[in-house]
Unconditional design. Structure first.
Length: 512
């Protein structure tokens, strides 16, 4: 059964059309219907994967969403797709990294007009850090854009891998006439006076001479598609299309079905675990609070790594040590939820809980396995949190703990001083923090400058830690887990303390 699963993420820079593509993929799988989605106005027109207030206001995705749908492939087999829509902004690259631990492949969406923007290279580099196979979708080819060869070269340079065009636009922008499939030799083209993209296949289209020359150059100049090279992360197949006009989306989803890998072995402390192992195991890669503001819910998202899960099973979280019965596992279909009676490797299930499950936890039947690879990263921006109403201290602590667990922020509690410090990768995370504090926790807060520039987790012998702490109390804090953190005023400060204390390690990452 696990071979019928395709668990993949979509990554892109802002405004490349990622959320629109997500909706069209859901439409292809029947998870949503066109009526009432595209023609609606205002809030009803928002993407179903963007549920948070700030996402709807700003028209961006700032949190990962999980959506499951099914589709029959060319061989008549039913394939289950688990789609993870990642944040579309470099400020949330840490959330994207954690999401990529739960998938077996990714789609990278690029705006044909903008190409790869410098400020979002970090987001794409995160994908390469995880070594997930990537399919590239160059979107908005019906608008004026960059030359195809320039776009392909940018992809190759940024990802440091081979590119293989699988289709080619027949004209671009106002001259757009269709998409040529390089493998079948067929052209899908728009037709009719409304210029709507109906995707009719016509083998008798006479290609303009310059387009035919471009395609011949592309076929000669780039390597042929190699399934093993793609799955090894050494090559990316490239598709052209327009998500808004629902053009090229069918070819893309067929490529995921045909080429994207089924569930892969997952890393543990003892080595990779094969999905065919009978024991049920999985790991929590995301926790989301308050998805339903009416119920103050808290959902832990688990990637099932092995075995066949059945509703009501008892699994032991590594962070708890005591078995819990999973009575109400959830699968997500756009914004709709259904109770999952069973799940296979590759599936993502949501487990309602009250703080029992945390990011990085392994769940298993025998409690002998620990999945790895979900770190915290040292923040790049640190700010102090100041309450407008000092009586809301308890609510603020709860909110910061919740949002820290989700990965929206990191929170540090100084050893000396009452003002708590939040750490983030980018400025937009701070805006999300203030918005969610007010909307979900009824807490009004301000952010003030912090004297610190970055943070490092400290490890060493008890004596070495005690000695260091006695001389540096003003620069020490505890994170949400109670681990000791050195709050540094600069990178020089980190290097200086490392040289003076060689028996200690100052780490920029911490395994969750």
């Amino acid at each position: 059964m696990s071979n019928s699963r395709r668990t993949f993420a979509i990554i892109s820079h802002p405004d490349a059309g990622k959320t629109t593509l997500t909706e069209k993929l859901l439409l292809q799988g029947g998870a949503i219907h066109l009526a009432g989605q595209v023609k609606a106005r205002g809030a009803a027109r928002r993407a179903r994967s963007d549920w948070m207030k700030i996402e709807q206001q700003r028209g961006i995705s700032v949190t990962s969403s999980v959506m499951t749908f099914e589709r029959t492939d060319a061989n008549g087999e039913t394939v289950t797709f688990n789609l993870l829509d990642t944040p579309g902004h470099e400020d949330f690259s840490e959330d994207t990294y954690r999401t990529l631990t739960a998938v077996d492949s990714a789609i990278m969406v690029i705006d044909a007009a903008k190409g790869i923007e410098p400020q979002t290279r970090k987001l794409f580099e995160v994908c390469r850090l995880r070594s997930v196979p990537i399919i590239t979708f160059i979107n908005k080819v019906d608008r004026e854009g960059r030359a195809c060869f320039d776009l392909l070269d940018e992809v190759a340079d940024m990802l440091a891998l081979d590119v293989c065009p699988m289709s080619w636009p027949v004209g671009m922008g106002g001259l757009f006439q269709g998409i040529y499939d390089l493998e079948s030799g067929k052209v899908s083209r728009p037709e009719g006076p409304s210029k709507e993209f109906l995707g009719k296949v016509d083998e008798n289209v006479e290609l303009p001479e310059e387009v035919a020359e471009e395609m011949e150059l592309a076929q000669v100049g780039y390597p042929d598609f190699d399934l093993e090279a793609y799955r090894a992360g050494d090559l990316t197949p490239v598709y052209f299309g327009s998500a808004l006009k629902n053009f090229g989306v069918t070819e893309l989803i067929e490529a995921i079905s045909q080429y994207a890998p089924p569930p892969r072995p997952q890393p543990t402390e003892e080595g990779p675990i094969d999905p065919e192992m009978p024991e049920v195991t999985g790991f929590i890669f995301k926790v989301q609070a308050n998805m339903d503001p009416m119920h103050r819910d808290r959902i832990a998202f688990m990637r099932l790594a092995s075995g066949t899960f059945k509703r009501g099973m008892k699994l032991t979280p590594s962070g708890l040590g005591k078995a819990i019965a999973v009575h109400s596992p959830i699968m997500f279909f756009a914004q709709d939820r259904e109770i999952a009676d069973t799940a296979e490797p590759g599936d993502i299930i949501g487990i309602p809980n009250h703080g029992t499950l945390r990011v990085g936890d392994t769940l298993s039947e025998k409690n002998k396995i620990r999945y790895i690879g979900l770190p915290n990263f040292a923040p790049e921006i640190l700010r102090r949190v100041a309450l407008k109403d000092p009586t809301k201290t308890k609510q603020l602590r709860k909110a910061l703990d919740d949002l820290s667990e989700e990965g929206v922020i990191q929170v540090f509690y100084p050893e000396i001083g009452a003002q708590w410090i939040v750490g983030v990768v980018g400025q937009l995370q701070l805006e999300v923090l203030i918005s969610r504090l007010e909307a979900e926790y009824k807490v009004e807060a301000m952010l003030e400058a912090s004297p610190f520039d970055t943070a490092r987790w400290i490890k060493g012998t008890d004596k070495a830690l005690d000695d260091f702490e006695s001389f540096n109390k003003m620069n020490l804090a505890r994170d949400r887990d109670g681990d000791l953190v050195f709050m540094a005023r600069s990178a020089w400060d980190v290097n200086y303390q490392q040289e003076r204390n060689p028996e200690l390690t100052f780490s920029a990452t911490k395994e969750r």
